[in-house]
Design a protein around this ligand. Structure first.
Ligand code: GDP
Ligand code: ZN
Length: 307
């Protein structure tokens, strides 16, 4: 039977079976367990093939090759890859317009991380109900830079603003949701998933019975092949090392201007004849984003974040 891994706890996995409207708890077949590799053998989001044992327990026999991964340790490091979510179709970064005050440098780090792993990106600006008038809206000022670069959704879990449109972009896909705490990710998931009873009586992966709080990534089934994953731990990952020589490429809106600088190894910080800086001056690259790039490139930002 083919299925999708929706939760993981140690060597226990919850697998939603294709076309069956049920899940089973599965462990790894011995052969798989012994395989040595520089990545998690099974992760949430993996498509797997399982056999069912007489006691109803499952055994994962085969893991389909991953299309892409959202990993805690990026591919460019030599560490073993730690997968946050396998096969994400896209990632949704949620930041509140107020409460908490938006931290766009953190958003930039999330964006870099997703660009590094080639994951299509959407941004949701939550709590739009807290903006009184559009004219004094700090949302427009702080997030305006991103609108020409990525799809931006303005939403409110309270009024329902923007939710049908956002829901439509999730349809049939696996979406990783990430953002700082308190921005309303749980509220968003609840608003998108009317079937709140779904969690009640969820099977414990540790014991196979009763309720149990799970840690780590978990896929929420919104029906019709639509899954949303909350991805705790991505914050720490956003703070990890970023390859500085590729950093310009990871600021997506810089790409049309790369290759035009006088020095082929231009850092776009101080060199003459820099196409990127010219683009900033002409307004083709948002100044905020350039300053964010420069802070990361020169290491100022790293010191600030870690300290
Ligand atoms: P999470 O930490 O990102 O999962 O955030 P929560 O969903 O727990 O929400 C944090 C707080 O923000 C709670 O007090 C929510 O009631 C509130 N909140 C969430 N969404 C909205 C919204 O759209 N508008 C307003 N005004 N408050 C919200
Ligand atoms: Zn340059």
């Amino acid at each position: 039977m083919r299925g999708l891994v929706t939760r993981a706890h140690g060597l226990w996995f919850e697998v939603a079976l294709d076309g069956q409207n049920r899940s089973i708890i599965a462990t790894l077949r011995g052969q798989l367990k012994r395989r040595r590799q520089k990545t998690d053998i099974v992760a949430v989001g993996d498509r797997v093939w399982v056999g069912e044992l007489p006691d109803g327990e499952g055994a994962i026999e085969y893991v389909e090759p991953r299309i892409r991964v959202l990993a805690r340790t990026a591919r460019h490091t030599r560490d073993t890859e730690q997968i946050v979510l396998a096969n994400p179709d896209q990632v949704l970064f949620v930041f509140a317009v107020r409460e908490p005050t938006p931290h766009v440098r953190m958003l930039d780090r999330f964006l870099i991380l997703a660009e590094l792993q080639d994951i299509p990106i959407r941004i949701a600006i939550s709590k739009m109900d807290l903006v009184e008038t559009t004219s004094d809206s700090c949302a427009d000022r702080v997030f305006a830079s991103y609108e020409g670069i990525y799809p931006v959704h303005r939403i409110s879990a309270v009024t329902g603003e923007g939710l049908p449109e956002l829901r439509a972009t999730l349809e049939g896909r696996i979406t990783a949701v990430a953002g700082p705490s308190g921005v309303g990710k749980s509220s968003l998931l609840n608003a998108l998933d009317p079937d709140t009873a779904r969690d009640v009586g969820a099977i414990s992966l540790a014991t196979g019975k009763g309720r149990h709080t799970t840690i780590g990534t978990r896929l929420h089934d919104l029906g019709n092949g639509t899954y949303v994953a909350d991805t705790p731990g991505i914050r720490a990952l956003a703070m990890s090392a970023i390859p500085s020589d590729r950093l310009d490429w990871l600021y997506r809106e810089f790409r049309p201007f790369l290759g035009g600088c006088f020095y082929p190894d231009c850092t776009h910080v101080h060199e003459p004849g820099c196409d990127v800086r010219e683009a900033v001056e002409r307004g083709n690259i948002p100044l905020d984003r350039y300053e964010s790039y420069r802070a990361l490139r020169t290491g100022d930002e790293l010191a600030e974040e870690v300290g």
